[in-house]
Design a protein around this ligand. Structure first.
Ligand code: SF4
Length: 638
C-alpha cells in the first residue's frame, strides 16, 4: 500500500532507448523524505562520480516532497538536481522551483522523475494519467520558454504544466535555467543539462490522483494555525511596483509572501520577487533616472532565453564598472557599454550571450572566466560583484554576517535558502527601512530567536565568532529537512511571530500529520543532517577536496567591506556586543578566524577537522552505513 503523503512511485526514463522503469518511492522516502533528499540519493545511485555534465549517464532528477498536494503550507515546491558546469568545475548542483509542475507529476503517480540518456533529436516527454509518451520537439527547438509554453498549451490545453528550456540551454550556456509555468525558474546550470539531452519539454497533465494524509484533521488544524500567524500583513511587499504589479499566491501555497505578478502588453503574466525584482533596477535608475518597473525587462529576457538572473546581475555590474574605469569599450566588446541601464544594452548583452556571438562567447563561460580572459584590472575587480566561484551575484556578504561564510564555503552553489536562515533575522533587526536597527525587533527578542533557531543567545552578537559555527550547522540541517519536505523558503522557517519566537516544531508536526511517522523536531533536523552528509559524500566522491575546498572567494579575506557595497545594508550594520549596533564597514574575514570557525564546525559535524572528511562513526549514527562503505573504498572516510 502507498505510504501516506506520497504518490508511491519513482519514474526513470532513458532518452537514448526510451526505456521506462518505475520503482517504489518507499525505497528512498524512509531515510531521505523527498525533494532534495530523494533527488540527491537518486543522483548518488545513478550518476557515477566520473560522469561529465553533458554525458548521457548524467541524470536530470526532479522530486517533490510529501507536503506537495496538501494546500496551505507553501509546500508544493520541488527540487531539480544533476551534474552541471555552472561553477568553477563540473559538480553536483541543485535548484528549487514553485508553481504546478512538481505537484502535477505527483498527481500522475510519481514522486520523482530521473531522466538519463540523450535523445537523437529534440524531444518532449508527455506524462498523462501516469503514461509516458515521447514526441518530436524539433519545431520547438530554438523557441523561447514563453513561446514553448504558449505553443504547448494550445496543443494540450490549459490544464497541463510544462517544464522547458530556452535557447540558452540548447546552446549549453553553463548557467542556463529550467523554466515552468508563470515564471518559476531553476538555476544551478541544470537547464544546460536538459539541453544536452535534447529534451525540450516535459509536459505533465493535472490528473486526478491525490496523495492521502495520515491525519487530515490535524493537518487542517495546522494549516489554520499557519494562516493565522502570517506576519506583517500590513506592510506592503518590498517587491511591489505601484501601478504595475499585483500580489500572486503560487499554486497550492495557501499562504502567500507578497510575490508579485504583472502583465506587459498581453495576458501573459510575469514575476517580480526577491532578486528578480531588483535585478537591473540600479542600472536603469542610474542611466535614465527611472524607477518605474522598466528594469523588469531584464528578468523577462533572462526567463525567455532561459538564463540565470543571478549570474547576469553581477556580470552587468562588472561590465559597468569596467567601462567606468576605462577598461572596456564598445569597440572591444561590441556591447553598448556607455548605455548600461538601457533596454538596448540588456537586449544586446543577452542576444550576444545566447548566440555566443563575439564577446558574448567569452561571457557565455561565466563572469569569472570572462574576467580572466580580459585580464588586468578588469580581472582584479570582478569579485566585488560576485559571491561564489560560480559567478553568482553578491548578496548576503559574509563580512557582514560571518556565519554565512560556512554556508558559502561548504556548498557547490549560492545556498540561498540557508543564507535566508541567517539574513532574515538580521534584516528584521535592521528594520527593513521602517525604522532604526532594533526599533522593530529589539535585541532581547533577537537573542531569544537566535537561541531557539541558531543554538545560542551569543550568536546574535555579530562582533564575535562565538556561536557562529553552531548557528551555521543548525541552519543547514533545518534547511535540508525543509528542502526535502519541500517547504517554500519564503515562508519557512517561521522564526518570528508578533508574540515572540516562532514555533520551531511546525515543520515536524506537518511531516508527522502527512506521513503518520511521528517525528519530533530533533529527529527531523537529524534527517536534514543525514541529507546534508549525503550531499557531502557526493561532493567528495566527485573530487571536492574536503577542508581545502571549503573556502570563500579570496576577496572576502583581502578586501575590506566598503560603504554601500551591499545594497540592503549600506552601512554594514549588525548587532554587536550588548546588542549595540556596529558597522562592519572596513572589515575582512580574517583567515585565521575563518580556519578556527571551520575547526569548530567540523567538530560539531562529527567530521575529521584535519581533512574535513566525514567519520565512519558519524555516518553510522546517521544511518548512512552504505554511503560510508563507498567512501571508505575510495579513501574518503576517517
Ligand atoms: S510563500 Fe510565496 S513564493 Fe512561496 S509558494 Fe507561497 S506564494 Fe509562492
Amino acid at each position: 500500500m502507498t505510504e501516506f503523503g506520497y504518490a508511491g512511485n519513482i519514474l526513470k526514463i532513458d532518452l537514448s532507448n526510451q526505456d521506462i522503469i518505475k520503482s517504489p518511492t518507499s525505497d528512498y522516502s524512509q531515510r531521505f523524505i523527498g525533494g532534495h533528499g530523494i533527488a540527491a540519493k537518486l543522483y548518488w545511485d545513478m550518476v557515477p562520480p566520473q560522469t561529465r555534465a553533458y554525458d548521457a549517464e548524467n541524470s536530470l532528477i526532479c522530486a517533490s516532497g510529501p507536503v506537495s498536494g496538501f494546500p496551505g503550507f507553501a509546500g508544493f515546491r520541488w527540487k531539480v538536481c544533476g551534474k552541471s558546469i555552472e561553477g568553477d568545475r563540473e559538480s553536483f548542483n541543485y535548484c528549487n522551483l514553485g508553481e504546478r509542475w512538481g505537484a502535477f507529476l505527483k498527481f500522475n503517480g510519481y514522486d520523482a522523475l530521473a531522466v538519463r540518456g540523450k535523445a537523437e533529436k529534440p524531444t518532449s516527454v508527455v506524462i498523462n494519467n501516469g503514461n509516458i509518451e515521447f514526441k518530436d520537439a524539433s519545431s520547438l527547438w530554438g523557441k523561447t520558454t514563453f513561446e514553448v509554453i504558449d505553443t504547448l498549451k494550445e496543443e494540450y490545453g490549459k490544464n497541463v504544466s510544462i517544464l522547458t528550456i530556452g535557447p540558452a540551454a540548447e546552446r549549453l550556456i553553463p548557467y542556463a535555467t529550467v523554466f515552468t509555468d508563470e515564471g518559476a525558474s531553476g538555476s544551478g546550470g541544470l537547464g544546460a543539462v536538459m539541453g544536452s539531452k535534447n529534451l525540450k519539454a516535459i509536459i505533465v497533465s493535472s490528473n486526478k490522483h491525490r496523495p492521502r494524509a495520515a491525519h487530515p484533521d490535524k493537518l487542517k488544524e495546522l494549516a489554520e494555525k499557519i494562516r493565522s500567524i502570517r506576519p506583517h500583513t500590513d506592510i506592503p511587499s518590498p517587491w511591489t511596483i505601484p501601478g504595475l504589479t499585483r500580489e500572486h499566491v503560487c499554486y497550492g501555497c495557501g499562504i502567500g509572501c507578497g510575490r508579485q505578478i504583472y502583465n506587459v502588453d498581453t495576458d501573459r503574466r510575469y514575476k517580480s520577487l526577491c532578486q528578480a525584482s531588483k535585478f537591473y533596477a540600479a542600472s536603469v535608475l542610474k542611466y535614465s533616472g527611472k524607477s518605474d518597473g522598466s528594469h523588469l525587462l531584464a528578468t523577462r529576457l533572462c526567463d525567455g532565453y532561459g538564463i540565470d538572473t543571478s549570474i547576469i546581475h553581477g556580470m552587468v555590474e562588472w561590465i559597468d564598472a569596467c567601462h567606468e574605469a576605462g577598461l572596456m569599450t564598445e569597440a572591444q566588446t561590441g556591447l553598448p557599454v556607455n548605455k548600461v541601464g538601457s533596454p538596448e544594452f540588456i537586449n544586446t548583452l543577452m542576444s550576444m550571450i545566447v548566440n555566443r556571438e563575439g564577446f558574448g562567447e567569452v561571457l557565455a563561460r561565466g563572469t569569472i572566466a570572462a574576467a580572466k580572459e580580459v585580464g588586468g584590472e578588469a580581472e582584479k575587480i570582478v569579485h566585488r560583484y560576485l559571491s561564489t566561484r560560480g559567478s553568482e551575484t553578491k548578496d548576503y556578504d559574509p563580512r557582514i554576517m560571518i556565519a554565512t561564510s560556512l554556508l558559502f564555503a561548504t556548498e557547490p552553489r549560492r545556498p540561498i535558502q540557508q543564507l535566508h536562515g541567517i539574513a532574515s533575522l538580521e534584516l528584521t533587526w535592521l528594520g527593513m527601512g521602517n525604522g532604526k536597527p532594533g526599533d522593530f525587533f529589539p535585541i532581547e527578542r533577537f537573542r531569544e530567536v537566535a537561541k531557539k533557531f541558531w543554538g545560542s543567545a551569543i550568536s546574535a552578537d555579530f562582533s564575535t565568532l562565538e556561536g557562529k559555527a553552531l548557528a551555521a550547522k543548525m541552519v543547514q540541517d533545518r534547511a535540508y529537512a525543509k528542502e526535502s519536505l519541500v517547504l517554500c523558503d519564503l515562508r519557512w522557517p517561521t522564526m518570528i511571530t508578533p508574540d515572540g519566537p516562532g514555533d520551531s516544531t511546525m515543520e515536524n508536526q506537518i511531516y508527522s500529520a502527512v506521513t503518520g511517522k511521528e517525528t519530533d523536531e530533533a529527529e527531523l533536523n537529524k534527517i536534514g543532517e543525514r541529507i546534508f552528509n549525503l550531499q557531502r559524500a557526493i561532493l567528495l566522491r566527485q573530487g571536492w577536496d574536503g577542508r581545502r575546498d571549503d573556502r570563500l572567494l579570496d576577496y572576502y579575506h583581502t578586501d575590506p567591506l566598503e560603504k554601500a557595497e551591499v545594497f540592503w545594508n549600506a552601512d554594514g550594520l549588525v548587532p554587536g556586543k550588548n546588542g549595540k549596533a556596529m558597522s562592519r564597514v572596513g572589515k575582512v574575514i580574517d583567515r585565521d578566524d575563518f580556519e578556527k570557525l571551520k575547526d569548530e564546525y567540523y567538530e560539531l559535524r562529527g567530521w575529521d577537522a584535519g581533512t574535513g572528511l566525514p567519520t565512519e562513526s558519524k555516518l553510522a549514527e546517521l544511518g548512512l552505513e552504505d554511503i560510508a562503505l563507498d567512501l571508505k573504498g575510495r579513501g574518503l572516510l576517517k
